[in-house]
Write a protein that binds this ligand. Sequence first.
Ligand code: LLP
Length: 431
Amino acid sequence: MLTPGLTFNEKGHLSVEGCDATELAAKYGTPLYVMNESLIRNNCRRYTAFIKDNFKNGSFPCYASKALSCLEIYRIMAEEQMGVDVVSGGELYTALTAEFPANRIFFHGNNKTPDELKMAVECGVGRIIVDNLTELHLLDEIAAEAGVIQKIGLRIKPGIEAHTHDYIRTGQIDSKFGFSIENGEALEAVKEAFECENLELCQLHCHIGSQIFDTQPFTDAAKVMLQFFDVIHKETGKWITELNLGGGLGASYTDSDSPLEIEEYLTPVAEAIKSTCEELGVPEPEFHIEPGRSIVGEAGTTLYTLGNIKEIKDIRTYISVDGGMSDNIRYALYQAEYTVLNASKAQGNVVDNITIAGKCCESGDLIQEGVSLIDPQVGDILAVLTTGAYNYSMASNYNRILRPAMIMVKDGNSRVIIQRESYNDLLNNDI
Ligand code: LLP
């Protein structure tokens, strides 16, 4: 499987948007995150165009920046007319530093601190998506002190089962996020929110999970949420005016993944919203979604240098690379599948059943098992595909390993967007 923008060139090297991967590795060093700018921008345009054409005026998609947060990505999102979703003071700070317009920022999180809430209110974020009653009342006080009416949403658990990994499933009642409809706490929260003098409740939000391949959970969630809009109206006489269905559209990691196209995913959602609104007499709300993985996932490729090959007779062959769980923890955490290629060779003998190991002092530090590679040799450049989402953003300095650089490639040109950490950076906060 090759993700969009990847090909093998006449030298038999992997090429990313016209840049030879082995030359990128030589120029910038490895490990290296390589991002395909055209693909990111094109994905944003597909979301914004579809939503503009098919949903109520005022609707827009918000990029879920937990997938990849850095100054350049917020600049690109601003240029592409996206909103963004942030989940911490750190993401908010990065977005504001990139001069992302605060009124298009939605602030999430199940335990925002008082300082984070103050920061969000003071900079004028568009919506704060409130997760629990403690937060609701604290935010009401913070808004009062700041002398503003803060627009908010409420995080709702619609009770939808999404078929994905347990750790990234969030719509069910047993989840730490939000208020459940089924046990009545969501309705209570709505009523309390309407009572808060310094808050304006305009949005209901749900996020049912991530790496989802069917439309059904999204259309089901839309219907459940709109039925709840109707219940709220009957109980309080007020209409909620915005529906936010969160993120969740999958990306392709291996040949066995076939994610929906952006339009294929949104068409049934638009239909479900229109028909449910008509059926129940609910005024069509503004629509928001928060795609992360489906915007940046396939746009990322990580390059490593092959350091050594350890053949354990009758057991397996380990190939160690110069990164690992410090730059991609997803196999260690979720047994996430990836496609791994020898970026230095398009042809040669294929060696099967390889385990790609990282350099951390941890047996579980594997990038992938059961990999087949063309004639792997020490010094070859290996490429791991679809690493644009939840790789850099989940990276760590475990073992004091340096976080890799990230470059953006476009039309055969490359530029650094995140510098490689230095040993000095590691000491920044040490006293
Ligand atoms: N909105 C909310 C409120 C979310 O919690 C998330 C993801 C998204 C949007 C974006 O979802 P996406 O479109 O990327 O599926 N670390 C995990 C993924 C965790 C997702 C958490 N929330 C992974 O590496 O697979």
